[in-house]
Every structure is written in structure tokens, then in C-alpha cells.
Design a protein around this ligand. Structure first.
Ligand SMILES: Nc1ncnc2c1ncn2[C@@H]1O[C@H](COP(=O)(O)OP(=O)(O)OP(=O)(O)O)[C@@H](O)[C@H]1O
Length: 519
């Protein structure tokens, strides 16, 4: 049986089946008949399966979650197709089937193929895989790290139930280890054979990806390792910001699907120098009410997500102040220009390779001062370290009434907190929000509600800037809380500077976060 012969009998084939669909996809050869009562068609966005057996097998259409035409058809979006192959006269199609609004599970279709159809079906399978993966790499090789202590301790259970079956169905090679202690992921990433893997996936909170970036950053070939290995996050912890930003979800199975289909995306990374250490930050740095609400409420873990809100409100009522001296290298300092910058990037589709590099940042007034000398290790620090004298043109300004210093490299800081809505993965800027601690309680509450409604950026009391570096020196406080990517670091001066596109992640679009931009 030929594909074109079948096409005329099949109600799901576009009548213009030998023409293009306007996107350059030819419908020629898009349908294969795989059994007496079944055919498979490559539609515009979905694989359309017409199979009389569906009607008998599954009248419920999986709770109405599939966008099917009728009881004997199923439209499987190409995004959900995990793998297809023809082996031993059997065509197997693996796909992610929705089993609730917030999860998918691996499912399989199998059809016997007659000998004379083999060549045709093989060509069809190749087309199906090309459309299903697009720019995303097929059969990725994954080093998987599972932190059994993440969140409420369910990471291992979720890995085996929600994650591994999807990875296996997508033919991803898996090398999984369970982390045994803090810092182990740093060592694993530092020693990993970067030619043997494409991604390092952490089933954890944001803590493990932070360690992975730092492990890769410690290598003598740090730059190469950070651009070759995509660091990805499967949300199993209490803080899952990375997955919300890049996978658009905090569901482990949906995040796994997003990673299987993810597009390599350069990510800006930030060097933090404090004392004599240099670490990498990928998510945020905070001092003041946000850092304290998170880090000083560990004893309230039993409250779950409410613990942060409770800690925040207590400090708000106290009108807590966190005086500091701060020097900032500002790039864009007004909200209309920041909004315009964001819109420009939304329209920009330059390839990943051109998004890397430090070219335009090297044009500014700072000269590289610190580095290990080797071309392949971490890039030198253009602004020096916290122990050096201030770079030329920087000025320490007293912020005596500071309530919140919050610097972000991603938009969502939690699934319901789009704190830095104009943040971009590789614009070469950090987003800085400063809020005074002496604003009225009413204004502070309004800011909290504005955050929930994605309107924080526009609030008059929110001082929003795009920056490339800063130094912050806490004063008049004996002790306090500084958070780097959600982990506590010593309460001491530190300096930060951004490296454009130094790291690599996988995202859905290749250049934007999943958070809605500034309204
Ligand atoms: N087996 C282990 N036992 C204890 N800690 C571990 C273990 N494996 C990893 N860790 C550490 O746990 C920390 C937090 O991990 P992660 O971010 O995955 O989870 P989380 O629940 O979101 O974290 P948080 O404690 O920050 O809320 C990381 O610093 C990590 O190194």
C-alpha cells in the first residue's frame, strides 16, 4: 500500500496533500497506513493517528486531555512525540501522554509493518523525528543527579515514577547518581567527561544546579565545559525557580518533557567575589528582607511555601532596615528603556552561537584585571575582586534605609513570584531591584500583591535597573543574611559581575524565559 493511495481515503489528510503547508513542510508522503484499520499522518503540528482500535480500547480519551478529532483518532502534538523506530517489522511510537493537567507519562503505540513497506516507513519515521525535535538534539546523553534530601524528600520517588520512564522512552542515555552530601555535585561536575555527556540534569531544588555550574567553573577548561554541557533542572526541591523559568513548570514530568525537547540557550553567569573566594551565581543574590525571609526561617520548614510569606510579613511589620554602601555599574536605569530592551530581544532570533561572548561588554571602561591566565578557564574579572580598589568611575553610595537588595538573573524566583519580569537569559545584564525599608506598610503590602499580579515592575517604589556589576558592603549590623542562588553565604562585603552567555541551559524558545515580560 502506498502513502498517496491511502491519503485520498483518509479524512485527516489535507486535500492539498502534495502541496506545502506554508512552513515549507511538504505533505507528500505524510501518511502511512500501518494496519487494515489504522493510519498515521504527519499533520501541521501533530501526529494524527487514525485507529479503529482506539474506540474499543479507550472511549474516555484520557479525561478529554487529548485534542482528538473523534473516538477513533488521536492528535499527538509533535512536542509530545518522544521517539519512533521500526524494528523487527514493528513500528513503535513513544509519546508523552497527559494523565492530568500537571503531568504526563510515557505511552507507546505499536503497529506491525509489512516487508514491502519498510523503506517507506523508515523515511516517514525520520520525518516524524525531525518534526518532533526541530532544533533540539535527539538522543541526548544525560548525567542525572538526584538529591534524595531535596524538598520534602520525594526526589527519588519522583525520579523513578515521573522522570526516568520519559527519558528512557526518548532514548536518552542515562547515568544516574544519588548525591550523598552537600558539595558532591561540585566534584561530579568538575570531573565529568564533557565529551561523554550533553546535559547534566539535577532532580533537586535550585541548590544542585548552582553546584553543577560551580563544578564546571572550577575546571581548567571551564569555558568549554560551560558551553558544551547544558545544565538543566528537574524540579524536586523546595525552591524550583530554574525550572519555572526555563521549562515553564514546576512539575517533574512536564519539566522532563521540556528538557527532552529543549533548545540550547547561552545563559549569563555572575562571578561573585567574597573574601578570597570566587563563585558563580546563576539565579539571584539578595540581602535584606528577601534573603532573611528565606534563610532565617529554616526552622519553619513545616509551614511549606507559607514560611517565606510569614517571614516576609513579620519583617515588614518591623520595618526592618539593612543599611549598606553600594557601588553599581549601571547599564540601563529607566523603566521605559528596560521595557524596550526586553521587546527588542523578544523579536531577536539570532542563533545561539552569536549570543555568546563578551564582545560588547569588553568595550566598556573596565579592563580585565584578574584571571587565571589560561584562555580556557573562567573569564578574567573586568572589575577586579571585592578586595581591589573600586574600578574607575564606580562610587560607593550610602543606602541607609535599604529594605531589599535583590539582584536577579532569571525572572521567576518561585513559581508564583515573577520578581524580575524583564530578565533575559543572555542580554549580558543582571536585573537589580532596590526597595527602601521605610516605605509604609500599606505600600509594602501593595507591592506583594503587585508581585502576584505581575505588576511589580511598574510600582513607583520599585527601583529597577539593568547592571553589569556591583559591590555591596553591609554596615551597622553585626550579622545578617546574604543569599546567593538561595544558599546562605557569610555576612560580608561581596562584589558581582556578569559574564554574557558563559553558561548553557536548555529552554523552550532558545532565547527567552517562560515568565510573562513587563506589562
Ligand atoms: N544527600 C544529601 N544530604 C544532604 N544534603 C544534600 C545531599 N545531596 C545534596 N545536598 C545538598 O542539599 C542542598 C539543597 O539542595 P536542593 O537545592 O536540591 O534542595 P531544596 O530542597 O530546594 O533546598 P533548600 O534546602 O535550599 O530549600 C544543596 O546544597 C545540596 O548540595
Amino acid at each position: 500500500m502506498t502513502t498517496s493511495a491511502m491519503a485520498t481515503d483518509n479524512p485527516f489528510v489535507d486535500p492539498a496533500s502534495s502541496f506545502e503547508d506554508g512552513r515549507g513542510n511538504s505533505f507528500e508522503g505524510s501518511t502511512v497506513s500501518v494496519a487494515r484499520d489504522a493510519s498515521l499522518t504527519l499533520g501541521t503540528d501533530s501526529l494524527i493517528v487514525l485507529d479503529e482500535a482506539f474506540e474499543k480500547r479507550d472511549r474516555s480519551n484520557c479525561c478529554g486531555l487529548w485534542p482528538s478529532g473523534s473516538a477513533n483518532t488521536r492528535a499527538i502534538p509533535f512536542y509530545n512525540v518522544l521517539w519512533a523506530e521500526l524494528k523487527d517489522s514493528e513500528l513503535t511510537i513513544q509519546y508523552a501522554s497527559p494523565n492530568s493537567k500537571k503531568s504526563v507519562r510515557a505511552a507507546t503505540l505499536k503497529y506491525p509493518i509489512e516487508y514491502q513497506m519498510v523503506e517507506l516507513v523508515n523515511k516517514w519515521v525520520k520525518k516524524l523525528l525531525d518534526r518532533s525535535y526541530g532544533e533540539s538534539q535527539q538522543r541526548k546523553r544525560a548525567k542525572v543527579l538526584v538529591n534524595p534530601h531535596s524538598g520534602k524528600g520525594s526526589a527519588e520517588k519522583w525520579y523513578f515514577r515521573d522522570v526516568e520512564p520519559l527519558l528512557k522512552a526518548a532514548q536518552i542515555t542515562i547515568d544516574m547518581v544519588k548525591t550523598r552530601h552537600k558539595g558532591e555535585a561540585v566534584d561530579i561536575a568538575e570531573k565529568i567527561d564533557i565529551e561523554a555527556f550533553d546535559i547534566v540534569a539535577s532532580c533537586s531544588g535550585d541548590g544542585l544546579p548552582h553546584e553543577v555550574f560551580n563544578g564546571l567553573g572550577k575546571r581548567p577548561d571551564a569555558k568549554k565545559a560551560l558551553s558544551k554541557i547544558a545544565v538543566v533542572h528537574i524540579p524536586c526541591g523546595s525552591g524550583n525557580a530554574m525550572s519555572c523559568n526555563l521549562n515553564g513548570t514546576d512539575s517533574p514530568s512536564l519539566a522532563t518533557l521540556a528538557i527532552i525537547k529543549g533548545i540550547p540557550t547561552p545563559l549569563d553567569l555572575i562571578s561573585i567575589t567574597q573574601g578570597d573566594t570566587r563563585t558563580l551565581s546563576f539565579l539571584s543574590q539578595s540581602l535584606g528582607i528577601v534573603a532573611e525571609s528565606d534563610l532565617a526561617t529554616e526552622h519553619l520548614r513545616w509551614m511549606g511555601g507559607q514560611r517565606f510569606t510569614y517571614g516576609f510579613l513579620v519583617r515588614l511589620i518591623r520595618k526592618a532596615l539593612y543599611p549598606c554602601d553600594i557601588a553599581i555599574k549601571v547599564a540601563i536605569d529607566d523603566k521605559p528603556s528596560i521595557r524596550e530592551h526586553y521587546k527588542k530581544e523578544q523579536r531577536n532570533h539570532e542563533p545561539a552561537g552569536e549570543r555568546r561572548g563578551y564582545k560588547f561588554l569588553l568595550d566598556d571602561d573596565a579592563s580585565a584585571s584578574t584571571g587565571s591566565g589560561s584562555d580556557d578557564s573562567l573569564p578574567p574579572l573586568r572589575y577586579g575582586t571585592v578586595n581591589d580598589k573600586l574600578p574607575q568611575g564606580w562610587e560607593l553610595v550610602p543606602y541607609d534605609k535599604l529594605g531589599n537588595f535583590y539582584c536577579g538573573n532569571m525572572a521567576y524566583m518561585a513559581s508564583d513570584a515573577n520578581f524580575f519580569s524583564p530578565a533575559l537569559p543572555n542580554d549580558g545584564y543582571m536585573d537589580l531591584v532596590c526597595i527602601n525599608g521605610d516605605i509604609s506598610r500599606l505600600e509594602a503590602m501593595q507591592m506583594m500583591f503587585a508581585l502576584e499580579g505581575n505588576k511589580l515592575f511598574d510600582k513607583p517604589g520599585v527601583w529597577y535597573r539593568k547592571i553589569t556589576g556591583y559591590r555591596i558592603i553591609p554596615k551597622n549590623q553585626e550579622d545578617g543574611f546574604i543569599s546567593i542562588d538561595g544558599e546562605r553565604v557569610p555576612f560580608a562585603p561581596f562584589q558581582a559581575e556578569i559574564h554574557k552567555g558563559l553558561g548553557t541551559v536548555l529552554s523552550k524558545t532558545g532565547h527567552m524565559y517562560e515568565a510573562p515580560g513587563p506589562v
